[in-house]
Design a protein around this ligand. Structure first.
Ligand code: HSE
Length: 448
C-alpha cells in the first residue's frame, strides 16, 4: 500500500519537500518498505516551473481538493501565515488526516488550538521543519532526549541575523551596510524585519520551550530584542573583552519557572557557539542525564527544510504502514504537565552586563556613572574609556562589564544614567553570558 500525501503550498519549502520525496523515492521506499506518493499539490500559481519532476496533472489551485480526498493520509501545510493555514490544518484534522507543517508563526501564536485539535481528532502533528530547518531538533527533544529533563537550550536560530553579525564582525561594516548587501544577494528579505527584531527566533523558541515543559507557550511572553542597535564599536569592544556578539534564543528550566528570552548576547569568543558563523544555526541543549549536546546545520533553504518536512512524512508513513495505534502527542507529553510553571519576567533575570555609555570626556563623569550603578547594587568588573575627545563636549565611549546584576536594577540605573547632562546618547546594554565549560569527565554526568 502506498502512503498518499497532499502538499498545500508549492513555494520554496513545498518544492523542496516534493523534490526530496521524488528524487530519493527508492531510498525512502527501501527504508520504510512502501512507497510515499505525492497525490496532489495545491498552490495558487500552478504555472510556474518549480524544478521538480512531477506529473502536472496532480497540481490544483484548490486546497480543499486535498482536504476532501479520502485517499490522502497526510497533509503537508506549507503556505505559511496564520489565518488560512490554521483553517486548512484544522479542516484536515477534522477529516482525520495527519498534518505536517513548517509554520513556526502559527504554532507560536496558536499552538494551543492546533495541538488540542490534533488530540481531539486523534491525528498526529509533525513540525520538525518549524525550527532550525535542517537540524532535527524537534525529534531530538521529543525522542532522542525523551528520558531527560531538558535543563537549558541556547540557540542561534536565525540565520539572517547570524549572517549580518558575522559580516559586521569580519568586515567591520555597519548594520545598514550589511543589510543592504544581504538583501541584494538574496540572503535577507527586504526588509528583514521579523528576522532582525528577534520575532523569528522568539517563534522558534516558543516551540522549543513548549517541548521542554509539555504545554504550549505564547511567544508574546518571551522577551525579545533584535540586533538593529548593535554597532561596529560594540563588536570591537566585545572582542577586546574576549567575547563575540550573537543573537541567542535562551531557555532555562528552573525549579518552578522557565527563562525564555531572545536578545543579542556576548559569549566567550573561544566557545563553539561563538564560532557558528554566516547563515548557520546551532543549538546547544543540556539534559540532566545526557549532559551537553550540540547541533549545527542550515536553518533555512529549500533542501534542508524540505528534508525536515519529509522526515515527518516518513515517520507518519511508518506509523500508518505499521498499523500502530499509539500516537505520540504533539509535544511528547501524554499526561497533564505542570502548567504552574511560569515564564520568568525579564525584570527578574540575573546576568552580567556590558554597557557602552556615550559621555562627555570631563573629570568626574565616571564617578557620577559609577555612583548611580553603586546605588542600584550593580558592581563593575572592568571599565575602559576609549579615545579622547577632540572638541569640548564631544562624547567618548565609556565601556563597562558588570558582575552579576538583576535586570530590574540595571534598567533603573541606565535610565538614570541616560538622564545625566554629560551623557549624550542612549546607553547600549548587552547581556553577557557565561557558558558552561564542561569536560567529558564532568562529575555531574559521571557520578556514582
Ligand atoms: N528567516 C529565517 C532565518 C529562516 O533567517 O533563519 C526561516 O525560519
Amino acid at each position: 500500500m502506498a502512503v498518499n500525501v497532499g502538499i498545500i503550498g508549492f513555494g520554496t519549502v513545498g518544492a523542496g519537500t516534493a523534490e526530496v520525496l521524488i528524487r530519493n523515492r527508492d531510498l525512502i521506499k527501501k527504508r520504510i518498505g512502501e512507497e510515499i506518493k505525492i497525490k496532489r499539490i495545491a498552490d495558487l500559481d500552478i504555472e510556474r516551473d518549480r524544478g521538480v519532476p512531477i506529473d502536472r496533472s496532480i497540481l490544483t489551485k484548490d486546497a480543499m481538493e486535498i482536504i476532501e480526498d479520502p485517499d490522502i493520509h497526510i497533509v503537508a501545510e506549507l503556505i505559511g501565515g496564520t489565518t488560512t493555514a490554521k483553517e486548512l490544518i484544522i479542516s484536515a484534522m477534522q477529516k482525520g488526516k495527519h498534518v505536517v507543517t513548517a509554520n513556526k508563526a502559527l504554532l507560536a501564536e496558536h499552538g494551543k488550538e492546533i495541538y488540542e485539535s490534533a488530540r481531539r481528532y486523534g491525528v498526529w502533528l509533525g513540525f520538525e521543519a518549524s525550527v532550525a530547518g535542517g537540524i532535527p531538533i524537534i525529534g531530538v527533544l521529543k525522542k532522542g532526549l525523551a528520558a531527560n529533563k531538558i535543563c537549558s537550550v541556547l540557540g542561534i536560530l536565525n540565520g539572517t541575523s547570524n549572517y549580518i553579525l558575522t559580516r559586521m564582525k569580519k568586515q567591520g561594516l555597519t548594520y545598514k551596510e550589511v543589510v543592504s548587501e544581504a538583501v541584494q544577494l538574496g540572503i535577507a528579505e527586504d526588509p528583514p524585519t521579523l528576522d532582525v527584531d528577534g520575532t523569528d527566533a522568539a517563534h522558534k523558541l516558543a516551540i522549543i520551550v513548549a517541548l521542554m515543559v509539555g504545554f504550549p507557550v505564547d511567544y508574546r511572553d518571551i522577551y525579545k530584542e533584535g540586533i538593529t542597535e548593535i554597532t561596529p564599536d560594540d563588536i570591537r569592544f566585545s572582542d577586546e573583552f574576549g567575547y563575540t556578539i550573537k543573537l541567542l534564543a535562551i531557555a532555562r528550566h528552573h525549579e518552578n519557572r522557565v527563562e525564555a528570552r531572545v536578545h543579542p548576547a556576548m559569549i566567550p569568543k573561544e566557545s563553539i557557539l561563538a564560532n557558528v558563523d554566516e547563515v548557520f544555526n546551532a543549538i546547544y541543549v543540556e539534559g540532566d542525564f545526557v549532559g551537553p549536546n550540540l547541533y549545527y546545520g542550515l536553518g533555512a533553504g529549500r533542501k534542508p527544510t524540505g528534508s525536515a518536512v519529509a522526515s515527518d512524512i516518513i515517520s507518519l508513513a511508518r506509523y500508518i504502514i505499521g498499523g500502530q495505534s499509539h500516537l505520540t502527542s504533539p509535544l511528547g507529553f501524554n499526561c497533564a504537565p505542570d502548567e504552574a510553571l511560569r515564564i520568568q519576567p525579564m525584570e527578574e533575570l540575573k546576568s552580567r552586563y556590558y554597557f557602552r555609555v556615550s559621555a562627555v570626556d570631563r573629570p568626574g563623569v565616571l564617578s557620577s556613572i559609577s555612583g548611580i550603578l553603586g546605588k542600584h547594587g550593580i558592581s563593575i568588573e572592568s571599565v575602559i574609556q576609549k579615545g579622547r575627545r577632540k572638541k569640548e563636549n564631544d562624547s567618548v565611549p565609556i565601556v563597562m562589564l558588570t558582575h552579576e546584576a538583576v535586570e530590574r536594577d540595571v534598567r533603573r540605573a541606565i535610565s538614570e544614567i541616560d538622564k545625566l547632562d554629560v551623557v549624550k546618547d542612549k546607553t547600549v546594554v548587552i547581556r553577557v553570558l557565561t557558558l558552561p565549560r564542561l569536560k567529558p569527565w564532568d562529575s555531574r554526568f559521571n557520578e556514582g
